[in-house]
Design a protein around this ligand. Sequence first.
Ligand SMILES: *[C@@H]1O[C@H](CO)[C@@H](O)[C@H](O)[C@H]1NC(C)=O
Ligand SMILES: *[C@@H]1O[C@H](CO)[C@@H](O)[C@H](O)[C@H]1NC(C)=O
Ligand SMILES: *[C@@H]1O[C@H](CO)[C@@H](O)[C@H](O)[C@H]1NC(C)=O
Ligand SMILES: *[C@@H]1O[C@H](CO)[C@@H](O)[C@H](O)[C@H]1NC(C)=O
Ligand SMILES: *[C@@H]1O[C@H](CO)[C@@H](O)[C@H](O)[C@H]1NC(C)=O
Length: 760
Amino acid sequence: MVGQRALRRPPGLLLLTSFCLLHLGAAGQPDEEVASIQGVRGSSVELACGSQPAPLVVFWSFIPLGSLIPWPVAVTNGAESKVEAGASALGAVSLRNSSLVLGELRESARGHFLCQALHEAGGQLRTTYSHFSLTVLVPVSKPQVRLSEPSPVEGTFVVATCAVREGTEPVIFAWQHQAPQGPGETLVGVTERLFRLDPVNRMHLGWYVCSAHNAVNRLSSDEAFLDVIYGPDDPVITVEPPHFTEEGFWASEKEEVTLSCLAASNPPSHYVWLRDHSQVHTGPTYTITRTSRAHAGLYTCLAHNSRLDTHTQTTVQLTIYYPPEGQPSCAVLPTLGAVTLVCTWPGGLPAAPLQWEGPQGTGPAALSNVTWSHAATQLANSSVFTCTGQHPALALLALCRITLWEPLQRPTCRTMATTGDQFIMLSCEWPGGEPPALLSWLDGQQQPLGSSSSSLAVHVLQAQEDLAGREFICRGTHPLRVPDAHCRLQLEAPQLAVAEPWVSVLEGGEAWLACALLGGMPPAQLLWLGPQHLPVEPGLSGFMLHHEGTRLRLGIQAADPAHHGGTYHCVAHNTLGSSSQSVQLEVLRYPAPPNVTIRSLTYGRHRREVQLQWAIRGPGNWTGFLVQRRAGVPGPGAGAWETAAGDIEPESRTRRLGGLDPGVLYAFRVLALNHHTTGHPSEVKIPADSPFSAYPAVLGAAGTGMVVATVASLLVFQYAARHPETFPCIETPSTIPGSDPAQESMDVPVNVTITVTATP
Ligand SMILES: *[C@@H]1O[C@H](CO)[C@@H](O)[C@H](O)[C@H]1NC(C)=O
Ligand SMILES: *[C@@H]1O[C@H](CO)[C@@H](O)[C@H](O)[C@H]1NC(C)=O
Ligand SMILES: *[C@@H]1O[C@H](CO)[C@@H](O)[C@H](O)[C@H]1NC(C)=O
Ligand SMILES: *[C@@H]1O[C@H](CO)[C@@H](O)[C@H](O)[C@H]1NC(C)=O
Ligand SMILES: *[C@@H]1O[C@H](CO)[C@@H](O)[C@H](O)[C@H]1NC(C)=O
């Protein structure tokens, strides 16, 4: 239409145009063919007309598509050419010799072009016609993706359109999709201008590009993003480190645990963590840096899509595992014919599996507590059994071991009486061993007495005499010992023997009485009874007790016929009875020494000393002499005899005695000694004045001094009589062989002789 209005008929060409039309209308296309030419808008095409030789005149006309009216376009005669001004509606039209050049081709140039060329040949004019049918192709414009809804909710639909402003049909479309994290662009497989995603889903999310092409060109659109809104899906919870239980997850106490939640959603989910219904964290990952048992529980991950305001949630159980305390503990219980191995490791979550292993292979397994009854046969001494415990919260195995060993030797049987001798205790001991040996008491008929016990078995019997002779057996059983080991004992009253039934000792000597226990069960106590039937206690002065194994020896020092001679009894006693043996101790005196007579007794100077001479009369042995003096006048009221000099050597026959009170009148006598035996005293004599030492004046004072001396002597005697042990040598005169009381008639009031004195 534009072309029609723009093409105005140029007057100079009217004739020619008519001619052409005439020709066309009359003859159609008598000898010409129509050339189909395609041009692209904006580019140029050249329509060549005529052939050699060069035509005289060339005339180009144009018939727009759908019209029958030709329009003149250009004419040339070779020298000059003319292009119709209105031809610019077709593009930049020019002539190149006889060819019509259409530059910057416009769509209005679509239609028929006719070239009429006038030739001269052989003087004749000849006309040739060239027909062109020109098609103007339009390139496709840059397409644009249009989405009916750029952010559709998953499940609705969306229509994608590839909009192309222009372009010669047929225009072919191609769609490409690029998912955000996808592997690359993928061809959608739609060749249409639009496609419908119904229902749209998350897989459709991403960038879309459409491209359009026709015969001329191909252009692609910019990317358009289809943001499919969806989710959140049900969250998926993962735990690091990943430990699974039937209900959920577990983590070791004190380790770090990270709970991660992922719920697919667009826009991405907001996460909230709950533990047992209270919020503990927001965000997709929740890290517990050091778990404790309090962290166990139900963990819920809440996912929220803020755009849709939709929620989903998932709950998992987190269990905190912790191992049992310490190590497994191994024990072995003694059982008849078998060993019962017990391994326990209580506590922990979950309970720890325990497994026994022995020298002959593996044993039973169980949780926390496993018992293995193992036959004792063919177990060597020092067999090792191991119990191994595992726990998921422990990297290493935990174990305990037990070594079964057999105690050495055999049980030991003993008896003991309780204090008061009411009961007899049988005790049997067999220490050591793993397990410890089982001990039990049997009577003589092998009947058990009470139950068995480990390592030590005690049986108590009421003490009765009819138990004497009864036999008891202690049986020790140990799983590694075949056959059983025994010890036995027989109850019996004690028996004893003395070394010598008759012992004699010289006066003053040391005697030993020995007694030995020969048997008796329970073991008896030994005891010595003295001549007065009183027990000899250790520490009693003059006695010594020596225990030597089963022997008890009694020593008597400084044997004294009066106190020590007589019958001693050795007594043995246990709960079943007692026995005793006697020993006769004879304390022998030394032979009596010879008689002594005083040769002379004279005062020394100032009557403070005397000079004594004596002589032996008769046969006999002696070991020394003793001089005694007595203050006072002979007769009643005289003092007691006191030693003036002891320990006089047997060779001496003379002695000077000092320390006398000149006012006192003294009497003297001499005795010979054979060891402890004193002889008869000599006659009593009063010293005589030597011719130059008489002091009669002093005699007047004698009475007072004599009284004092007598009292002092009496006190000494009384003390000595009450404490005979400290005065072993106080003797009654009657025990002195050969003594004659008649000789003592001078000393009637004091009927004793003091041979050794000590002042209290
Ligand atoms: C136009 O014609 C002239 C003379 O006939 C010739 O020399 C020239 O090459 C032709 N031009 C073209 C483009 O054919
Ligand atoms: C071990 O198990 C036995 C029985 O199977 C039971 O008698 C004993 O008490 C248990 N010991 C512990 C520590 O659980
Ligand atoms: C068994 O072995 C242990 C050492 O492992 C040892 O002490 C014990 O005396 C042995 N018993 C016997 C009966 O050899
Ligand atoms: C010794 O003296 C006593 C008494 O004085 C007397 O009986 C005895 O016969 C005397 N012995 C000798 C051997 O003279
Ligand atoms: C004196 O002792 C000796 C030996 O010690 C003895 O042989 C002798 O018989 C004794 N004399 C008297 C009288 O006892």
